[in-house]
Design a protein around this ligand. Structure first.
Ligand code: UT7
Length: 352
């Protein structure tokens, strides 16, 4: 039996404040009808002023640790690695993962951020799984968290309609490749030629080295929506199919559920069509939360598990696409996990 990283805990969190489409329609030249029909999104959650990505990451991480602990034994103990996927860190420097680890009572462990925008969670999962199978770490908390509400142009009806804030997390332990929950493979890729399609132009070294203030608007997130749509369908389908072929999930042993990055229901349907899957095999939760970037895949997974739509034994394929451009997929047979939606709060908030 070969050594593998095994999912043994799952948790997710969205901030309490809900912004339905109608509220956006009061502020911008848009409508509930346009947003629903063009994206499938009905509402999203946003953080309160002064809150930050680490607040969401801690809540999701806490739930994933409680989920691992609920199985009994020592599943949640001995975490020695925290990997946080985010492109909205609390500060440009340092990384946010060490603060998250410390607030979860895991201070001292290896902790770092991974930046692959909407593919961030799949990349973080691949990095953590590789560290576990290499023996560099024994048990990992992998979190995807973003607060895109903090970087959206308040006047941009397209991006404001799509994005929301949220976080999700899994606990990984080392185990055997034939156990339920074992990560069976990854397919990762990028295309830097498309880096302008999804970007925040200002605030990085390219702009700051000029010594000039950034042109107005460049501090906000921008996206070439229609081109990104096409690339998202193409690359998620290709990446998912590559992985399916590599691990031999065909015939009677084919995919049960695809948990894809939640950007637009039309993208999800198109990916399902490309893979030859029925609509009910494609998990959808973007109606309730919008596009939560690195939080999207684990949030959708947690919702689907809570609803009984992803069940123990299911062959589950995760696939994402985002800025960079980046894409990636991961595969596992779903384990028998307990979700703990509301564990007892024991954590303190960051003081700074
Ligand atoms: O998370 C990373 C990956 N991101 C994605 O995968 C997002 C991919 N892109 C999309 O989901 C879609 O392209 C959008 C939802 C962003 C846009 O939908 P679309 O159907 O591709 O619209 P479009 O950009 O082609 O625009 C069509 C029209 C335009 O008006 P004109 O020029 O035809 O008069 C837009 O200005 O729709 C207009 N429009 C809106 N109208 C009302 C764009 N956003 C809105 C809006 N409300 N919120």
């Amino acid at each position: 039996m070969s050594r593998a990283a095994v999912v043994c805990g799952l948790g997710a969190w969205v901030p309490p404040r809900v912004v339905p489409n109608d509220v956006l329609a009061e502020q911008l030249d848009t409508s509930d009808e346009w947003i629903r029909t063009r994206t499938g999104i009905e509402r999203r959650h946003v953080i309160e002023p002064g809150d930050a990505t680490s607040d969401l990451a801690v809540e999701a991480g806490r739930r994933a640790l409680a989920s691992a602990a609920a199985r009994g034994g020592a599943e949640a103990e001995g975490i020695d690695l925290v990997v946080l996927a985010t492109s909205t860190p609390d500060h440009p420097c340092p990384a946010t993962a060490p603060v998250v680890a410390e607030r979860l009572g895991l201070g001292g462990v290896a902790a770092f951020d991974v930046g692959a925008v909407c593919t961030g969670f799949v990349y973080a999962l691949a990095v953590a799984a590789s560290m576990l199978t290499a023996g560099t770490a024994q048990r990992a908390l992998v979190i995807g968290a973003d607060t895109f509400s903090t970087i959206l142009d308040p006047g941009d009806r397209t991006t404001r309609a799509i994005f929301g804030d949220g976080a999700g997390a899994v606990v990984l332990r080392t185990g055997d490749a034939d156990e339920p929950g074992a990560l069976l493979g990854f397919d990762l890729g990028s295309d830097g030629a498309g880096s302008d399609m999804i970007t925040v132009r200002a605030g990085g070294s390219r702009q700051r080295s000029t010594g000039e203030p950034a042109p107005e608007g460049d501090q906000y997130f921008s996206m070439a929506g229609r081109a990104v749509f096409t690339e998202a369908v193409l690359n998620m389908s290709k990446s998912a199919q590559n992985l399916i072929d590599r691990i031999g999930w065909t015939g009677d042993a084919s995919v049960d559920r695809v948990v894809a990055h939640q950007a637009n229901v039309r993208i999800l349907r198109a990916v399902g069509d490309q893979l030859g899957l029925a609509d009910e095999q494609i998990v959808v939760n973007l109606d309730k939360v919008g596009n939560t970037v690195a939080g999207s895949i684990p949030l959708a997974l947690a919702d689907a598990v809570a609803a009984g739509d992803v069940r123990p034994g299911h062959r589950v394929l995760l696939t994402g696409f985002g800025g960079g451009l980046t894409w990636g997929s991961a595969a596992l047979r779903w384990p028998d996990l307990a979700l703990v939606p509301d564990p007892t709060p024991t954590l303190r908030k960051e003081q700074s």
